[in-house]
Write a protein of this length. Structure first.
Lengths: 550, 745
């Protein structure tokens, strides 16, 4: 034993153990996120529990099993909850999602093993996804049309048909609202700003005033027409209702207009569940968030992230490549260049929040404020570019990721054998031609790697964005059908910030938690994917030049 | 030959021009990019720099009061309105006079009102209330308030002065004795007011007024009650009344008598104390804004700040700190909204001080002739000084008096605190709030978070790096290394979210399990190693070298599983089923759910790949002939590793740790989400902290641009910047040196 210790073998094992811990942690983390994020969309069974309180009072609870934990009886008793006398030391308790938010105090509740008398999963239980107040669980009893009961052979089929109709009408209404009506509002605001700018220039005479008034009137008339159409759709949509019996035996009429989806999870086979899982996943990435971001999808956040990152890529690539070419090809090799190089590398290690502070002070307040004074005096005192927005986020992150691109490009340049350069020069090409025709194309995979790494870093960065442009809920996307189409001054939503906001600032963290896992999974997938791509490109590049060297 | 050469040049002139053009444009572009990076440093400094500037004054205009009628009397109080366009003075003849400060007609009287009666006493409230009180020879008083109405006819600002009488235009009789008032004080709160007066017959009377609003007419009627103060000194030099109507101070020479007046029916003298500086006499006492502090001026130029400090269950007026002016103090003017004040002294010096900053911002001789009165504008950007029938207006530049080196980095005795302390509390709902901008608690939090993260990360990362670089076979290494490095790319917001919402509850529920895990992992690995050691040789030889870590993966998972499985039973066995309660009740350790342990683990994970990657490179690039030499001379693998490889790679490992530290210090999202963000100064592993970076993220969006708070947050960013930049430069420098050394070996 002593010899074994003396040989140092245990210590080697210990170092090996460190690697295992790291590996278990990384893989475990990824698996945890993936599992939690993806299982959320799987239609879970809805149970009906018969509960009995200590005083003999019985009642029914319907809900999804969310979580379970083992708690010592001691702790339960000390929190003031009574237990039957013959309780065990450790008690299992279940977290149940009971939905029906407007009829019960809490849509999540803990129930103890000791309370449960019976448990079943009746196939008739329906789960309604609604546009407000979250899910509703219960038994479908009947349908109403204009308050009158509907007779139907196949109640479920009828329910699905009427739901489809309501959804279609709702879609039309929302299309109208965001399309033409949104455009009118936008034009009216532009008109107001134009009028104000005339006023500032002192050109607002009576003729101009009348002109503006006429235009405003025209928009207003147009609006009235559209409004009528909108109300029409809404009226039609509010025709039907479905009667549902909830866990307390109460029959509740749910207006069909609010129902987004309905399914019978206990009546589904594996393939039906899988189909629904895919459908839910699709809705998650394509829908707008609802109810303070705690339900619905994350489409605006995905769009915002991608838009901002693309904008950043457009800014950072030329700047980073030019700086790298200068440092590697033109700058004199000496202590100053070396110092600059070290400084650039170190900037990559400066905390991102510092860039955020810089972006807020310099870009938003100083540059943006000046732009407002020069180009948008009519909108003052409300800022146009002088408040956080997607353009400032992109520029701030471009500066943040500049070192990544510079370092990666320089590395690519230094990997190109000098024989290639000398060959080109010997054949009579100028330095610029050598660079443009030979060096840059050869270094392009390295530039690509740098860009991908920059994009991956930018997509995951949240701290600076909190200062320079991200919001929890952006009413409009930075890209829409209104002139000038790109609205770079607008605030935007971001996946990373969405995680922070929903996980930590939302009123109902319990309900939102699976959504946060799903968002996190989405973000991790994108970033790990990008990084893998960068690594693969880098490795291929190395192979290529190794072949060239020989 | 030469001719040919020049010909070929001529043919390619265009190309040469292009070449030059490319060179210059790349150079300018690159220099612009590099300058932009430098700009971060410069801009942060540019924003931070004003907080360290001292105050500045510049004379604007001098108004000649001799031009006005000579019978106006001696100035009792001076003041001006917010825009510094109109000044007012109140004189001992009962005259209230408004003077223009702007343009050509500076010095002209805009409005003047004269009060009836023979003025015998005068006093003013705290500046933000802006009221004055006159006492007359018939035992009556009158309260006046200079007021300004701002309107915008034709988009031009127009300020019109007027005199308000908050308690009515009629004089208010203190009592029936009708003896003259020699000295008085007045204060007004929401619905109550208090008047203290020294009468000619030697009595000191306190009168409390309570407002009652008539619901119908909205007219306010005041009911009054009065009492004579017991044991009042014979000669009273100054009366000070606190606006909260709890205490009354009577100054008689150097002695200050403190009365408890919270109950009008039971007014009592609580204590008497000497407030003069050693060997000097008190000349003037004023209340600082917020009315918690007394500023005492002495005839040797010493100024001291006093406030009540709770000690041994008793509140006692205590001397807090001293300031020094040139000579005997003749007037003290507190600022309206900040804890600063101005002084005038006998030799004509103006002094500007700030209590929180513990600093004299300015001491400037204004005149050889004696100065008589002083006033500061509500926005603290101008001041008025009177001397010999002249009033001078000075512009005052004093934006950030509260931020000084000592206020940021040393213990400060804040108002209402029992002792000097490091506190970060930047905002509050109240106007009279004393901002507490000590960077020490949040810097401490930063170091604490980084310390726990490093404690967790350094052993794992370095041990892992050594193993990967030295023992692992190439194919395994090519899988393991990128896998660990992928973690570096993981957004920290995800780590923070997992730490806050997933890990923190787990740690809270399974505290014994976590402890068992920390002890169990190394022990379990050793046991596994020993078992392996005793396995038959044939099996050992069948496994490739450097597979230890793969063999250990199930061991690690098993230990983790067992630790959590046995957490609950162990908790039941050792701590009666509740480890948290045990910690709090038996050990007196308070427990936050989001604590340093959680941050340490989560941030440790964020830092591991940084350290691992660089350290692994350093170990891997140790030249092979060194290790081969050592092994050939008979050293074991472990001896070679410790005596040769690690020693050679130690600068690289050091630089890896530096890089990791830089990352841990600047990390924002993990700390923001995994701690309670309370600026505590406590090393306890079960308590949270607030770091510089998280503090910026939380407070920056709400901070007013250009305010002291805003600039201090920039300073915090600057500190972070410099800190990480220095660490990284050191690390990078060491790394480059090492690389050169290797290439020479």
């Amino acid at each position: 034993m002593r010899n074994w210790f003396k040989s140092g073998a245990p210590w080697i094992w210990m170092t090996g153990g460190a690697v295992s811990i790291s590996l278990v942690a990384v893989v475990g983390l990824l698996v945890l996120i993936a599992w939690r994020g993806l299982s959320f969309f799987w239609p879970s069974a809805v149970y009906e529990f018969e509960l009995e309180e200590l005083n003999g009072h019985r009642h029914t609870v319907i809900g999804e099993l969310y979580d379970s934990e083992q708690v010592s009886a001691e702790r339960i008793l000390s929190s003031g909850v009574k237990l039957p006398d013959d309780h065990e030391d450790v008690i299992t308790r279940y977290l149940l999602k009971t939905g029906n938010r407007e009829y019960v105090d809490l849509d999540f509740r803990w129930i103890m093993e000791t309370q449960i008398k019976s448990q079943s999963a009746p196939s008739e239980i329906a789960v309604f996804e609604r546009s407000t107040n979250g899910n509703f669980y219960g038994y479908v009893v009947g349908l109403l049309e204009n308050g009158e009961p509907v007779k139907a052979q196949d109640m479920r089929n009828e329910l699905f048909q009427r739901m489809e109709r309501a959804i279609e009408l709702n879609d039309k209404a929302s299309e109208l609202q965001h399309g033409p009506i949104g455009k009118i509002n936008y034009e009216l605001e532009r008109l107001r700003l134009k009028e104000r700018s005339y006023e500032l220039k002192g050109e607002l005479d009576d003729a101009a005033k009348a002109e503006f008034e006429a235009q405003r009137q025209a928009y207003h008339d147009q609006y009235l027409g559209l409004e009528k159409e909108l109300f029409d759709y809404r009226n039609q949509a509010s025709r039907d209702a479905v009667i549902v019996k909830d866990m307390d035996g109460r029959e509740v009429a749910l207006p069909m207009q609010k129902v987004l989806d309905v399914h019978f999870p206990n009546d589904m086979g594996f393939f039906a569940k899988f189909g629904r899982w895919v459908h839910q996943l699709y809705k998650f990435v394509s829908d707008d968030p609802r109810e303070a971001n705690t339900e619905g999808g994350v489409f605006p956040a995905i769009f915002g992230t991608v838009f901002m990152v693309m904008l950043m890529a457009v800014i950072v690539t030329p700047l980073g490549v030019v700086a790298a070419i200068y440092l590697h090809e033109y700058a004199k090799k000496g202590p100053i260049t070396k110092m600059i190089r070290i400084a650039v590398i170190n900037l990559a290690g400066v905390p991102s929040i510092v860039y955020g502070v810089f972006g807020l002070g310099f870009f938003v307040y100083m540059v943006g404020g000046s732009l407002d004074q020069i180009f948008y005096p009519e909108a003052l005192p409300s800022p146009t570019f002088g408040s956080p927005g997607v353009i400032w986020s992109a520029i701030t992150l471009a500066i943040l990721t500049l070192p990544v691109v510079i370092v990666s490009t320089e590395e690519g340049l230094s990997r190109i054998p000098s024989s290639v350069r000398q060959g080109s020069l010997a054949l009579g090409a100028t330095k610029a031609e050598t660079l443009w025709r030979i060096i840059v194309p050869m270094a392009s995979p390295a530039i690509m790697t740098g860009l991908i790494l920059a994009v991956a870093r930018a997509a995951g960065e949240v701290a600076p964005l909190m200062l320079v442009g991200v919001v929890k809920m952006a009413p409009t996307l930075p890209l829409d059908g209104n002139f000038p189409y790109f609205h770079l001054e607008r605030k935007f939503m971001h996946l990373g910030f969405h995680i922070y906001d929903v996980g930590f600032q939302s009123p109902n963290v319990e309900a939102a938690r699976p959504l946060v896992y799903a968002t996190a999974f989405l973000l991790v997938t994108v970033i790990v994917g990008l990084n893998m791509a960068a690594i693969a490109i880098r490795n291929r590049l190395r192979e290529k030049f190794r072949a060239l060297d020989q | 030959m030469a001719e040919e050469f020049s010909l070929s040049l001529a043919g390619s002139r265009k190309r040469l021009v292009k070449d030059k053009l490319a060179k210059y444009s790349v150079t300018t572009g690159a220099i612009m990019v590099l300058t932009a990076l430098l700009l971060i440093f410069v801009y942060l400094l540019y924003v931070v720099q004003p907080i360290f500037e001292s105050a500045h004054i510049e004379k604007q205009v001098t108004l000649d009061l001799a031009k006005a009628d000579a019978g106006h009397g001696k100035t009792l109080a001076l003041g001006m309105e917010e825009q510094n366009e109109i000044a007012y003075r109140l004189t001992d003849t009962g005259l209230i006079e408004f003077l223009s400060l702007k343009g050509d007609n500076a010095g002209s009287v805009i409005l003047s009102e004269k009060l009836a009666g023979e003025v015998t006493a005068f006093s003013q409230t705290i500046p933000s209330k802006g009221m004055m009180v006159y006492g007359f020879d018939d035992g009556s008083i009158q309260i006046v308030q200079p007021d300004f109405m701002v309107s915008y006819p034709n988009d031009q600002r127009l300020i019109e002065p007027r005199v308000l009488y908050p308690m009515g235009e009629a004089h208010l009789q203190i009592d029936e004795s009708a003896s003259a008032i020699k000295n008085l004080a007045f204060e007004m709160a929401e619905e109550q007011a208090g008047i203290a007066a020294v009468m000619a017959d030697g009595r000191t009377v306190f009168m409390a007024l309570t407002a009652e609003e008539n619901m119908m007419t909205e007219e306010i009627t005041w009911t009054q009650e009065s009492t004579v103060l017991p044991d009042a000194p014979a000669k009273v030099d100054q009366i000070l009344l606190l606006p909260n109507m709890r205490n009354l101070y009577l100054r008689s020479g150097n002695r200050l008598a403190i009365y408890d007046i919270s109950d009008i029916d039971d007014v009592s003298l609580t204590s008497v104390l000497e407030i003069n500086a050693p060997g000097a006499n008190v000349t003037k006492v004023r209340l600082l804004t917020g009315a918690s502090s007394l500023i005492v001026g002495n005839d040797n130029g010493a100024i001291s700040q006093w406030f009540e400090v709770a000690k041994d269950g008793e509140r006692r007026l205590t001397k807090i700190r001293d300031f020094k002016a040139q000579s005997s103090i003749i007037d003290i003017a507190p600022e309206y909204y900040r804890k600063g004040f101005l002084t005038l002294d006998q030799e004509g010096y103006l002094g500007i001080f700030h209590t929180t900053g513990d600093t004299r911002l300015l001491s400037e001789k204004l005149s050889d002739k004696p100065l008589t009165a002083l006033a500061i504008s509500p926005r603290a950007n101008a001041l008025l000084v009177e001397q010999e029938g002249k009033i001078s207006l000075y512009d005052l530049e004093n934006e950030h008096p509260e931020v000084t080196w000592s206020a940021l980095w040393q213990e400060v005795w804040y108002e209402g605190y029992p002792e000097p302390d490091y506190v970060w509390q930047s905002t509050s709902a109240s106007d009279e709030f004393e901002p507490k901008l000590s960077l020490v608690p949040i810097s401490f939090g930063t170091i604490k978070a980084a310390f726990y993260a490093m404690l967790f990360a350094v052993p794992i990362a370095i041990a892992g790096a050594i193993y990967t670089a030295y023992f692992m076979s190439a194919p395994v290494r090519s899988v393991v290394k990128p896998t660990v490095e992928i973690m570096e790319a993981l957004p920290t917001v995800i780590l923070g979210f997992l730490a806050g919402l997933w890990l923190a509850p787990i740690v809270e529920e399974n505290l014994p399990g976590i402890v068992m895990l920390i002890i169990g992992l190394p022990v379990g690995v050793l046991i596994a190693a020993f078992i392996w050691h005793n396995l038959p040789k044939s099996l050992k030889q069948a496994t490739p070298e450097g597979a230890h870590s793969l063999i250990l993966i199930p061991v690690v998972i098993l230990i983790g599983y067992l630790s959590f499985q046995f957490s609950s039973p162990v908790e039941y066995w050792l701590f009666d089923g509740d480890a948290r309660k045990f910690l709090t009740n038996e050990l007196g350790v308070s427990f936050d759910q989001r604590n340093s342990l959680v941050v340490g683990i989560a941030m440790g994970f964020a830092v591991i790949p940084t350290i691992y990657s660089i350290a692994e490179d350093a170990v891997f690039s140790v030249p092979k002939h060194l290790t081969n030499g050592s092994l050939a001379l008979g050293a074991t693998n472990w001896q070679t590793l410790v005596r040769v490889v690690i020693l050679t790679a130690s600068p690289g490992i050091f630089s890896a740790v530096m890089m990791g530290l830089g990352r841990a210090v600047g990390e924002t999202m993990i700390v923001l989400m995994a701690t309670g963000n309370t600026p505590l100064m406590d090393w306890s592993v079960f308590q949270g902290m607030r770091t510089l970076a998280a503090n910026i993220a939380v407070e920056m969006p709400e901070s007013e641009v250009g305010s002291s708070h805003y600039r201090v947050l920039f300073l915090a960013a600057f500190v972070l910047f410099i800190f990480t930049f220095c660490f990284n430069t050191l690390a990078e420098f060491v790394r480059q040196r090492l690389r050169e050394k290797y290439s020479s070996l």
